[in-house]
Design a protein around this ligand. Structure first.
Ligand code: GDP
Length: 309
């Protein structure tokens, strides 16, 4: 845990240095708040979450009567931790057999790598996994997924040029027949022209549900933490189409845009407030490197501290 934390810290340092620089003076004045606002925006925290944090910090500074900028830094860590806390949640499997997990994400977000890591993580916890290569459009995607399957010695349902929904259906059926604990469905991140990605993904979801009325049990979106506000835009549009149940944020080992987690937390909170049935969208895992073991559970306090380390 120490090791990944240091990777996260050194990755986020790019974000953090500009934020930490705000607190080097010796008084809390309007300039400090202005600088903090700019630094948060630079870190891709976004207008809304930045406004929220500044307001929260002003209130806490006033209430506590602190006078030194270092105290403001600590207040920021506390406010951020509190905002991010609802994103913490463990991915639970075992309630269904198999637990069907559909994984979406635009090309390049790190989806395939993440599925490999997730397979390893699940296997380490004793679960048997079946992979479904539902990105049937890209031969490279299928090949890459089967490499991960080999590395993890799990089976894979794959069909060259087949229908993504049919492959998913077969995988869920096979998962049941073989008594697997988890079926991980890898979906396309981009389609050949004419076809609409969201329609394709919705179809996969519908057909999976036909194979098992309770499935999919999780609909996860993999986002690249290095794309900042663009990642938030992806979360919103995938959620609208698929009703996401969780996120995995990759590449936090080398980003200057770690503030986007705060923007996601605020969005997630507003989503839960507007529709309590849907609840918040947690961050089940974060990616902190390219290796199989570089997947970690999200911890709000550790993240906030790393961001300002
Ligand atoms: P996909 O197109 O979404 O399936 O993306 P890939 O899984 O092929 O990943 C795209 C690139 O991002 C590859 O070079 C991966 O090694 C890299 N990558 C994925 N996750 C991480 C991560 O957490 N940290 C770093 N540094 N690189 C990552």
């Amino acid at each position: 845990r120490e090791r990944w934390l240091s990777k996260l810290t050194s990755g986020l340092r790019k974000t953090g240095t500009s934020i930490s620089a705000v607190f080097v003076g010796n008084q809390i004045d309007e300039q400090l708040y202005e600088d903090l606002e700019s630094a948060l925006l630079m870190a891709d925290t976004g207008v809304k979450a930045t406004e929220y944090l500044i307001k929260e910090i002003r209130r806490r500074v006033k209430d506590s009567g602190v006078t030194h900028p270092v105290a403001v830094r600590n207040i920021l860590i506390e406010s951020l931790t509190q905002l991010l806390k609802p994103l913490e949640k463990a991915l639970v499997i075992g309630e269904f057999q198999p637990t069907v997990i559909m994984v979406a994400g635009v090309n390049g977000a790190g989806k395939t790598t993440t599925i490999g890591k997730l397979t390893r993580h699940l296997a380490n916890s004793g679960a048997s996994v079946l992979l479904a290569a539902a990105d049937t459009f890209r031969a490279a995607a299928r090949e890459q997924l089967s490499i991960w399957a080999d590395r993890n010695t799990v089976d894979i349902i794959s069909q060259e040029g087949g229908d993504p929904a049919a492959v998913s259906y077969d995988a869920v059926t096979a998962g049941k027949a073989r008594g697997r604990d988890v079926v991980l469905v890898d979906t396309a991140g981009r389609l050949p022209t004419q076809l609409h990605l969201m329609e394709e993904l919705k179809k996969i979801k519908r057909v999976v549900q036909k194979a098992d009325a309770t499935a999919p049990h999780e609909v996860l979106l993999v986002i690249d933490g290095n794309t900042g506000q663009n990642a938030l835009a992806q979360v919103k549009s995938f959620d609208e189409a698929l009703s996401l149940t969780g996120l995995i944020v990759t590449k936090l080992d080398g980003t200057a845009k770690g503030g986007v987690l705060a923007a996601i937390a605020l969005w997630s909170r507003e989503r839960a407030a507007s529709n309590p049935k849907l609840g918040t969208v947690p961050v089940y895992f974060i990616g902190v490197g390219e290796k199989l073991e570089d997947l970690e559970t999200f911890n709000a306090r550790e993240f906030s501290q790393a961001l300002l380390a």
